[in-house]
Design a protein around this ligand. Structure first.
Ligand SMILES: [Cu+2]
Length: 342
């Protein structure tokens, strides 16, 4: 009897559970689960968050600019660098003006035109006038910047200095991973070079048959000394891969390419001593860096640069020894292969 009653109770419980499930199914059909409804309140709070973001964004832009301004290069130490700085500043002004206008409008519009159930959006499929304005103005501004930039660059690199007689010639020779400077000595002429002559005692491959080179008065140094206000012409060569001669304080950069000689003419204007006063840093030194990723030890490829006044430069130069190894083996280069530095 108890077994029979137990069976009936079990069956009734199963039926009851089945009915409850069915009831739940039916009620679910009557009222579908509430969709993610976005209310005006949600839109307002999201709109306000975009405004908060705008203020934080602007605050951090000014803060980081101020915080890291110490890493900005000091005043240019070369004559042409002043023009480069001017070009940079004009670019900065333009970029910042456009940046602030567009970013402020972007977040302001997101806040002002957030969805509102009492307002309908306006349908504007196209607006010729607006499109002309935002095409023509940037075209004129960017075109102007390109012309301005090119004229500055051409003025720096393509001026004719061939008639100047007091130009200091210096060869800068790049190889993995160091720089060597070569001064022409009293005759102010650099001897020619040929890569087959490269040897442990002739790292630049200078041609000993050339009377201006080995056996003459050329000087090799591992520190670059420049004379203040002295027009200087760098001849730049590389032994192995492309390097780049980079003197950030002089706003000067030129690639060093194997097999050819590149040049850069400039006038240093601030001595190391004066720059130490300007930067209020007793340990300040100019530096020459390689600015092309040229191999594993690329980051070590640097050379100290010193800008001397006349007296200091003469004194330093008098301590340097000319190359006198006249016995450097020399191979007569095939025509066209010789690198003549004149
Ligand atoms: Cu390099």
């Amino acid at each position: 009897m108890i077994t029979f009653l137990g069976l009936i109770v079990t069956i009734l419980v199963i039926i009851a559970v089945a009915r409850i499930i069915r009831i739940l199914e039916l009620t679910a059909k009557l009222s579908p689960p509430p969709a993610e409804e976005i209310t005006d309140k949600d839109n307002n709070s999201q709109g306000n968050i975009t405004l908060v973001f705008l203020f934080l964004f602007m605050f951090f832009i000014f803060y980081t600019t101020w915080r890291y301004s110490k890493f900005i290069l000091p005043v240019s130490a070369s004559k042409h660098g002043v023009e480069i700085d001017m070009l940079m500043n004009v670019n900065y002004v333009l970029i910042f003006v456009v940046f602030f206008i567009t970013q402020i409008l972007l977040f302001y519009f997101a806040w002002k035109y957030k969805h509102n159930s009492n307002r309908r959006g306006e349908y504007i499929p196209e607006n010729h006038k607006l499109e002309l304005i935002w095409t023509i103005i940037p075209t004129i501004v960017l075109g102007g910047m390109i012309v301005y930039g090119l004229s500055v660059w051409n003025g720096i690199t393509q001026s004719d200095h061939s008639k100047e007689t007091n130009v200091q010639l210096i060869e800068l020779y790049a190889k993995q991973f160091d720089w060597t400077a070569r001064y022409p000595g009293k005759d102010n002429k650099l001897g020619s070079a040929y890569f087959m002559n490269i040897a442990p005692n002739n790292p630049l491959g200078i041609d000993s048959l050339d009377k201006h080179g080995v056996g003459c008065d050329d000087v090799l140094t591992k520190e670059l000394h420049l004379k203040v206000n002295q027009p200087t012409n760098f001849y730049i060569r590389a032994q192995d891969v492309i390097h780049s001669l980079y003197l950030p304080h002089f706003r000067l950069q030129m690639n060093a390419v194997p097999g050819m000689t590149t040049q850069f003419y400039f006038v240093p204007t601030i001595t190391t001593a004066k720059m130490r006063e300007i930067t209020k840093n007793d340990k300040f030194d100019y530096i020459l860096l390689c600015n092309k990723i040229c191999g594993a030890a690329h980051y070590t490829m640097r050379m100290k640069v010193v800008v001397d006044d006349d007296v200091q430069f003469t004194e330093w130069m008098s301590k340097q020894k000319p190359i006198v190894e006249t016995n450097v083996a020399s191979t007569t280069p095939a025509e066209g292969n010789v690198i003549a530095l004149k």
